[in-house]
Design a protein around this ligand. Structure first.
Ligand code: COA
Length: 249
């Protein structure tokens, strides 16, 4: 397990914590791989009844590491650990709670469409700047976001890249609860304990019924990824990655 992902189990709840605070939890291949492994390990474990995905103080995740985007653009291949993580979170069978403290960007937002309960800090922001990087939405968000929040709001977020505040994300049905910044992890663990205390079999069946057709979700992920790979290699995307990586602060 890389240091940038911490996994711990307590009282039937697995916590997967993204921990690369110096880069605002931008996700790298080892991080995706560790998160995929942490999910896969407990799929058939009766001991773990709920999973919490958490971040670092002030940063749930700044999304995919843009340096890796540039590498993909140069090689022409998608990064395998990213693809595996998207499939793993879509097919995950355990209830998922997210503890979003501070910023959530890109896949830090789109992974929330695969979560069942989201706690956010009052100062959380939700941004998907795919188009600013000349990319397109991923993680089946092009399907799940319009279903969740309606086309107009999903377009504003996913395509126009307009940020949502915590209150707007709650209004849009992405967030359940808003708490003070220091209380996010505690509130998420409390929700997870509540879920873990329910009859596990009935939770699993209810969740599967509510998640709908996973084959449709997976097909959307694959279709998005085909387009994503092409966009990654475009001149406009390469220029956007290079501009971010060489920006002066
Ligand atoms: N990929 C790679 N590095 C990233 C990153 C990302 N997605 N997000 C942040 N970082 C790095 C920054 O380059 C910086 O590194 P440095 O200290 O070596 O220069 C460090 O993390 C801290 O980020 P910084 O920009 O100084 O923090 P901030 O609070 O001013 O801004 C963000 C935070 C998230 C708004 C800003 O970093 C950003 O826009 N990141 C890109 C987000 C993005 O486009 N993700 C992909 C979505 S598809």
């Amino acid at each position: 397990m890389p240091e940038s992902v911490e996994v711990s189990d307590a009282a039937g709840v697995r916590t997967i914590r993204m921990n690369r605070p110096e880069k605002k939890n931008a996700l790298t291949q080892p991080m995706y791989a560790a998160m995929t492994y942490a999910l896969s390990q407990i799929q058939d474990s009766p001991a773990i009844r709920c999973v919490v995905i958490a971040g670092a103080p002030g940063a749930f995740s700044a999304g995919a590491d843009i340096g890796e985007f540039l590498e993909s653009a140069q090689s022409g291949a998608l990064r395998p650990a990213t693809v595996a993580f998207l499939k793993a979170i879509a097919h995950n069978r355990k209830p998922l709670v997210a503890a979003v403290g501070g910023l959530a960007v890109g896949i830090g937002v789109t992974m929330l469409f695969h979560c069942d309960h989201v706690v956010a800090s009052a100062d959380a922001t939700f941004t998907t700047p795919f188009l600013k990087l000349a990319l397109i939405p991923e993680a089946a968000s092009s399907l799940l976001a319009p279903m969740r929040m309606g086309h107009a709001r999903a377009f504003s977020m996913l395509v126009m890249g307009r940020p949502l505040s915590a209150a707007e994300a709650k209004d849009a049905g992405i967030v359940n609860t808003i708490v003070e910044a220091g209380a996010v992890d505690g509130a998420a663990l409390k929700a997870a304990a509540e879920i873990a205390a329910l009859p596990a079999g009935a939770v699993a069946v209810s969740r599967a019924l509510m998640r709908g057709r996973l084959d449709v979700v997976e097909r959307q992920i694959d279709t998005e990824l085909e387009q994503f790979r092409e966009r990654l290699q475009s001149d406009e995307a390469r220029a956007a990655f290079a501009a971010f990586l060489s920006r002066k602060k």
